[in-house]
Design a protein around this ligand. Structure first.
Ligand code: NAD
Ligand code: GLY
Length: 369
């Protein structure tokens, strides 16, 4: 099975990607000599679809377990759910010898990962991501967080998982919109480090139009593992985002976060705002850092083929979105740290992007593509 290794000293771990891997979670945890009782944390949609298989695999490896389910959706990624889950875990007898299994999309992974980072001052956890977004992005790299009233992901911790188990067949049950949104992060990874993957993603977009089947899903483990590899290398170079390398992963996110924060929580999916943000970032890259128009076109066509939005939905207030962009954590010391591209595969961080530039890019998003 394709395996991606993250070499992070004592925090090193592996990401296993294979169709059917859900049934091996227990076996892989056992091989890692994980001990204690497992707290499976999942959401109301994923629980009904996949919890039983993970439970069965933990049982086969003789792990004790408890199951904890919260209401699906970004609205649950908060301190209230965290406390409810922690109280449930205590009631189930979990202590510092337990471990968490985060089964679900990015919301589950971020929330359960953060809980693992603070429960009894930190216990191990395994990521079992079930959306494209979580498989190629959020389950890898150790960023965990919850949202607070002041903003998304503002309380969090770096807490690397002990293991990531990716089963691409879980993507067969994703609603089309959720399937598409995760592809935005795959495109972002390809743009940053492996432009030749863009053609592969374009073929995947064609298959997506026809609907994924078990046959098309056969090549997915390789494609997903190759895409994860891009993020894994970036995380290895800059685990805590202090060296200016991991910050490249914010391509498309500065404008995207502003848009996301200006609409009710969960109204636009994370990957959808990344797609919008990418259009703005490509425009500014063409203007300031020499990105070729034909490269911009190739990416915009791909995003469109993946059914991702390139224009703001009616009703988005661009002044509000811009004010949230200005409050974004990527503004350091008053300067905007904006990720541009000088070429496909060549990102750079610019501190020269002005508020007027951001407005120009945001206004572009009000026009159709
Ligand atoms: P999500 O977890 O809300 O999942 C989207 C929807 O799909 C939910 O309704 C979920 O119940 C459902 N679902 C999940 N797997 C399914 C399956 N296999 N079949 C059917 N339905 C399924 O959202 P997401 O897009 O996976 O993740 C978004 C979150 O990830 C955001 O909170 C974002 O901030 C976070 N994120 C974190 C990082 C990071 O590095 N930690 C990176 C990117 C995004
Ligand atoms: N999703 C961005 C990061 O992990 O750094």
């Amino acid at each position: 099975m394709p395996t991606v290794s993250l070499s992070l000293g004592e925090r090193s771990y592996q990401v296993h990607v294979s169709n059917g891997a859900l049934d091996s979670v227990g076996f892989m945890a056992e091989k890692l000599r994980m001990k204690g009782k497992a707290a499976i944390i999942t959401d109301s949609n994923v629980s009904a679809l996949y919890a039983e298989r993970v439970i069965q695999s933990l049982r086969e490896s003789e792990f004790e377990y408890s199951l904890h389910v919260f209401e699906a959706g970004e609205q649950s990624k908060n301190l209230q759910t965290l406390e409810t889950l922690a109280n449930e875990m205590v009631a189930e007898g979990h202590d510092r010898s337990s471990f968490v299994v985060a089964l679900g999309g990015g919301v589950v992974g971020d929330l359960a990962g953060f809980l693992a980072s603070v429960y009894y001052r930190g216990i191990p956890f395994i990521q079992v991501p079930t959306t494209v977004m979580a498989q190629v992005d959020s389950s890898v790299g150790g960023k965990t967080a919850v949202d607070i009233a002041a903003g998304k992901n503002l309380l969090g911790a770096f807490h690397q998982p002990k293991l990531v188990v990716v089963d691409p067949t879980t993507l067969l049950t994703l609603p089309p919109r959720v399937l598409s949104e995760g592809m935005a992060e795959m495109v972002k990874h390809a743009i940053l480090r492996k432009p030749r993957m863009l053609q592969q993603l374009s073929r995947l977009a064609d298959e997506l139009q026809l609907g994924f089947t078990l046959t098309t899903i056969e090549h997915l483990p390789e494609i997903i593992a190759e895409n994860i590899e891009i993020k894994a290398r970036i995380v290895e170079e800059d685990e805590k985002e202090t060296r200016g390398v991991r910050a490249f992963l914010n391509l498309g996110h500065t404008l995207g976060h502003g848009i996301e924060a200006s609409v009710p929580l969960g109204e636009l999916l994370h990957g959808e705002v990344v797609s919008l943000g990418l259009r703005g970032a490509l425009h500014l890259s063409k203007k300031y850092s020499g990105l070729k128009e034909r490269d911009e076109e190739e990416i915009l066509k791909l995003l469109r083929a993946l059914n991702l939005p390139l224009s703001l939905p009616v009703g988005v207030d661009i002044d509000k979105a811009l004010s949230h962009t200005a409050a974004d954590k990527k503004f350091s010391g008053g300067n905007i740290r904006f990720v541009l591209l000088s070429d496909l595969g060549s990102p750079l961080i610019s501190e020269d992007i002005t508020r007027n530039d951001l407005r120009e890019a945001m206004e572009l998003l009000t026009t159709p593509y």
